[in-house]
Ligand binder design. Sequence first.
Ligand code: GN1
Ligand code: MG
Length: 359
Amino acid sequence: MEHTIRVTPATLAAFGFSETSALSPLSGGHINDTFLVEDQGKFVLQRINPFVFPHPEEIMENIAGVTAFLREKILARGGDPDRETLSIRPTLSGEALYWDREGGPWRCMSYVEDTVSYEVAQNNEMLREAGRAFGEFQNLLADYPAHTLFETIRDFHNTPERFRQLREAVAQNKAGRLSQVGAELDFAAQREQDCALLMDLLREGKLPLRVTHNDTKLSNVLFEKATGKALCVIDLDTVMPGLAAFDFGDSIRAGAVTAAEDEADLSKVHFDVDRFAAYTEGFLSAAGTSLAPLELQTLPDGARLMTFEVGIRFLADYLNGDVYFRTAYPEHNLVRARNQFQLVREMEQKRPQMEQLLR
Ligand code: GN1
Ligand code: MG
């Protein structure tokens, strides 16, 4: 969808930008509205989607805490915190958020120059780097006081709860699209039984809660243009306590694949074991020693379940009339759901190869 949200002079002024600053939309994310502002440096100005995030002030508290903590760690290892993590640019009155007249919450963050992000991995080295970046992210935050983090979206990776939400969307059939999704609903129903695997192990105390990113798609890593190295993990809105398998799994979903998340031609959409191997190598090189045996064992489940989960979320949103994810055309969410289900199918088939590589 086009950016229907506009940046007004009042919003610019709130963050100390001049009315004549250069503005351009930054696309990619499905939730927030994002703009690049150039005014004595480059900044990312975002309107947080208040439908998705009911408490934006809690997000900003999480981000302030996490980035301050990361800065210290990055400094301690001799890194450059201005490039290796994000910084918040507050409003002129020192607030992390500016609320516009329509009640829209805006925030501003640093823009890390000379970096680039990708929807689809261009080569395996890129995935190794992304894996290293997310593994390091988890490691650096291992001793972060997790109890101080707000749960910015409840049950974010609670797959059975996501399944319940799908059932609710079916029952309500708000957009009148139910008759179009019979095959997809059958696919999902066949997998309802074992979609609670990770949540069950968590509840039974068998998997540890960690501070995780929870939205570890490839496009949430900035790569340094000059070196091709993964430099900075971005999109910290969903940093919350979670499982290692969530972060690993969501990255595999979005990275160990041959096509974009919304590729409609399913003959191009494959789960790629070589890419899986490259990401896994990077991730384990950074986070491996801190993972318990059962955590390692559940990583392939993370891949399968995170892919299934976002598939049923796209499907539910299609039934609800595209109220959550931004869409560019009417079938967009259905195309995304089919794409993700195809990956689930291939992950099921290639499970033995995944296990073998992990060993
Ligand atoms: C959303 O905001 P964005 O585009 O990085 C979503 C993720 C999904 C992803 C699928 C807060 O992420 O959970 O995995 O789309 N974020 C939220 O691309 O729901
Ligand atoms: Mg996001």
